[in-house]
Design a protein around this ligand. Structure first.
Ligand code: NAP
Length: 250
C-alpha cells in the first residue's frame, strides 16, 4: 500500500470532481471519492486510476444525507487510516427560474446539498485533521462559483446564494482553524464544460454564455482541477481563506 496522503473528494465520479481525482492520484494522493447515482462512471474511474498506478476507491454518498456522509468518512478511516484533505466538490443546480417561482422543496434541496452537505463534510474533516483534536493538520478546498459574485439573476439565484454561503463559510472556517494546521480555501469556477448545465435543463448554456466571457471561451474541468490540487499542496502553504477565481476573466 502507498504511504501517500489521503484525500476525500465529494462528487468525484464526473466533471470537475473526476479531474481532481485523476490529477491528485497522479501526484501521489490516495483518493476516496463519492458519487450519488452513476456507479458505472465511478467504477470506470477507479479502474483507470488503478491501471495508471494510483490508488482510489469510490463510495456512494449523497451529501444531502448526513448518514451517507458519516459512512464515507468511516470508509476512509478503515481504508486509509488517515485523512489529510477534503475537496467539497459535490454540488447541484436546478432548472432556470425566477425567485418568485421557487418553491420550498427546491430551496431546501439546493441548500441541503450545496451548503449543509459541504459544512457537514468539513466538520468531519476538521474532527480528524485539526491538531486541536490530535490530528496532523490538512487542507480543505470548497467548490464555490463565479455565480457567488454575479448572482445568476433570472437563472438560479438560489444556486448563486448557496455559493455565496460557501464563500463566507470558507473565510470563517479558515480563520477558525488557521492555527490548528488546517488551510481552507475556495475555487470559484466560471463557465466550465461539464454535464451540470444539461442537468439544469440548459444543454446549450455554454454556447449562450460564452460571449460574455472576456476570454471568449468556456473552461475545461482540468483547468479547475489544477487550481484545486495546487491549493491542496504544500506549495500553497501560506494560502488560507482565499477565494480563487478561475473564470476566464468573468
Ligand atoms: P457535474 O458534472 O454535474 O458532476 C457532479 C458530480 O457530483 C457527479 O460526480 C455527481 O455524481 C455528484 N453529485 C451530484 N449530486 C450529488 C449529491 N447530492 N451528493 C453527492 N454527490 C453528488 O458537476 P460539475 O460541473 O463538475 O460541478 C462540480 C462543482 O463545481 C459543483 O459544486 C458546481 O456547483 C461547481 N461549479 C461548476 C461550474 C460549471 O460550469 N461546471 C461552475 C461553477 C461552479 P453522479 O455521477 O453519481 O451523478
Amino acid at each position: 500500500m502507498s504511504t501517500g496522503k489521503a484525500l476525500l473528494v465529494t462528487g468525484g465520479s464526473r466533471g470537475i470532481g473526476a479531474e481532481v481525482v485523476r490529477m491528485a492520484a497522479a501526484r501521489g494522493w490516495r483518493v476516496a471519492f463519492g458519487y450519488v447515482s452513476n456507479e458505472v462512471a465511478a467504477d470506470v474511474l477507479v479502474r483507470e486510476i488503478g491501471e495508471a498506478g494510483g490508488e482510489a476507491f469510490a463510495v456512494r454518498t449523497d451529501v444531502g444525507i448526513e448518514a451517507d456522509i458519516m459512512r464515507s468518512f468511516e470508509a476512509v478511516d478503515r481504508r486509509f487510516g488517515r485523512l489529510d484533505a477534503l475537496v467539497n466538490n459535490a454540488g447541484v443546480v436546478d432548472v432556470k427560474a425566477r425567485v418568485e417561482e421557487m418553491n420550498l422543496e427546491r430551496l431546501e434541496r439546493m441548500m441541503r446539498i450545496n451548503v449543509i452537505g459541504s459544512m457537514l463534510c468539513a466538520r468531519e474533516a476538521v474532527k480528524r485533521m485539526s491538531t486541536r483534536n490530535g490530528g496532523s493538520g490538512g487542507a480543505i478546498v470548497n467548490l464555490s462559483s463565479a455565480a457567488a459574485r454575479l448572482g445568476s439573476a433570472g437563472e438560479y439565484v438560489d444556486y448563486a446564494a448557496s455559493k455565496g454561503a460557501i464563500d463566507t463559510f470558507t473565510i470563517g472556517l479558515a480563520r477558525e482553524v488557521a492555527d490548528e494546521g488546517i488551510r481552507v480555501n475556495a475555487v470559484r469556477p466560471g463557465l466550465i464544460d461539464t454535464e451540470i448545465h444539461a442537468s439544469g435543463d440548459q444543454p446549450d448554456r455554454l454556447q449562450r454564455v460564452r460571449g460574455q466571457i472576456p476570454m471568449k471561451r468556456e473552461g475545461r474541468a482540468v483547468e479547475i482541477a489544477a487550481a484545486v490540487v495546487w491549493l491542496l499542496a504544500e506549495e500553497a502553504s501560506y494560502c488560507t481563506g482565499a477565494l480563487l477565481d478561475v473564470s476566464g476573466g468573468r
